[in-house]
Design a binder for this molecule. Structure first.
Ligand SMILES: Nc1ncnc2c1ncn2[C@@H]1O[C@H](COP(=O)(O)OP(=O)(O)OP(=O)(O)O)[C@@H](O)[C@H]1O
Ligand SMILES: [Mg+2]
Length: 376
């Protein structure tokens, strides 16, 4: 803010062009200065908030991870984002399937287009079809008005079918027809309505096995199986864990309105040593939230690590129950080998060489002993 007594209008204009917030003539009362400063601060605060909210809305990618499997996933997403065919997104629970779906949407139809998510498993069977295809008034008891379904709502955008493996058999048949003919009929209706939503389906089930056991329609499986994205489990991309923790700390602290916290190196060790088998990134997110709540200071220490994570925590950090030297050694070895394998794209010979082992057979032997298997 330029506070001027010269009365030279041109110079003030030049100052503003060069980046000054505004200018005030010394002839004006000093309260004007206070007011102008207050306003300038507020404007900057709002600008920062807009940037942050845009980021939260997913204006930029929300996919964290520079590990090789994540880089490959990101490339695959970019490659198929604008293709209209359905995509099947497979991956363990909490691994980030919805994050991938939203990224496909962002790079495909775009954020202004609708993104409609339907979770088949969360819906009672009799409602699934009405949710997907809509219904006409009077189609069933309680259908007091005509209602558009998810396919229509997602028009021009993306329809995300979460837990597609849980769709009842009858609905599976109808979904296949919609995918093939690109038109729907509302429940209780006769008119066909053209739909153009891009369909993304996600599952944490082994659909191939469900097909073999006649729980999932084979024809629908082959229709969905054309473009498949596999979201790697967190344990196969442990090198992404530190960046994920930083990201989750930032998001969580902002949500709770506290200054962004950090984790101590021991805590990071404990998180790296944990076997993320149950709920992947979602489990990590929950752990971060609990640690943020539990720790009063800016740095999260080992005592704030949730108990169930501590039992598996690294040695030397004084966490959890006393564990034997052998147990801790095996764990440290596991971590070393896993990280090296991951960094070398699971190429055995290259990893063995990097670790200074005699040959690839030595590494295979160690992997067998530690129970490490190449992810399928
Ligand atoms: N690569 C990632 N970067 C940042 N956050 C992620 C990433 N992967 C997952 N998350 C976060 O982890 C949580 C779980 O992700 P998401 O809901 O996409 O998993 P999911 O595979 O759909 O799980 P489920 O099978 O249980 O439906 C979300 O809070 C999400 O924001
Ligand atoms: Mg999900």
């Amino acid at each position: 803010i330029v506070y001027t007594g010269t009365g030279s209008y041109e110079r003030c204009v030049r100052a503003v062009r060069l980046g000054a917030e505004s200018f005030i003539d010394k002839a004006e009362p000093v309260e004007r200065v206070v007011h102008a400063i207050g306003q300038a601060l507020e404007r900057h605060r709002l600008e920062r908030e807009v940037v942050q909210l845009r980021r939260d809305l997913g204006t930029s990618s929300q996919i964290i991870g520079e590990s090789r499997p994540m880089r490959e996933l990101r490339e695959a997403i970019a490659r198929i984002a604008s293709v209209p065919s359905p995509v099947l997104i497979v991956g363990e629970s909490g691994s980030g399937k919805e994050v991938v779906a939203r990224e496909l949407h962002r790079l495909g139809p775009g954020e202004r287009a609708p993104f409609v998510a339907i979770n088949s498993a969360a819906l009672p069977e009799h409602l699934v079809e009405s949710e997907l295809f809509g219904h006409e008034r009077g189609a069933f008891t309680g259908a007091t008005a005509t209602r558009k379904g998810a396919f229509e709502a997602a028009s021009g955008g993306t329809l995300f079918l979460d837990e597609v493996g849980e769709l009842p058999p009858g609905t599976q048949a109808k979904l296949l027809r919609v995918l093939e003919q690109r038109e729907i009929t509302r429940v209780g209706g006769t008119r066909t309505i053209t739909v153009d939503a891009r369909v993304l389906a996600a599952t944490n089930r082994n659909l191939e096995q469900d097909v073999r056991e006649a729980r999932f329609r084979e024809d629908l499986y082959y229709r969905l199986n054309v473009l498949v994205l596999e979201v790697p489990p967190l344990r196969d991309r442990l090198s992404d864990l530190p960046a994920l923790v930083t990201h989750l700390l930032e998001v969580t602290c902002r949500r709770y309105g506290v200054r962004t916290k950090q984790v101590s190196p021991e805590v990071l060790d404990a998180l790296m040593a944990y076997d993320w088998r149950r709920n992947n990134v979602r489990e990590l997110r929950n752990a971060v939230e609990r640690m943020v709540i539990a720790s009063p200071a800016g740095t999260i220490e080992p005592i704030h690590v949730p108990a169930e994570l501590q039992t598996a925590a690294a040695g030397g950090s004084g966490l959890g129950k006393a564990r034997t030297y052998q147990e801790q050694k095996a764990e440290a070895e596991r971590r070393i080998v896993l990280l090296a394998l991951e960094g070398n794209g699971w190429q055995i010979s290259r990893t063995a060489e990097q670790l200074g082992l005699a040959d690839h057979a030595s590494l295979l032997k160690i992997m067998r002993r530690l129970g490490i298997e190449k992810p399928s």
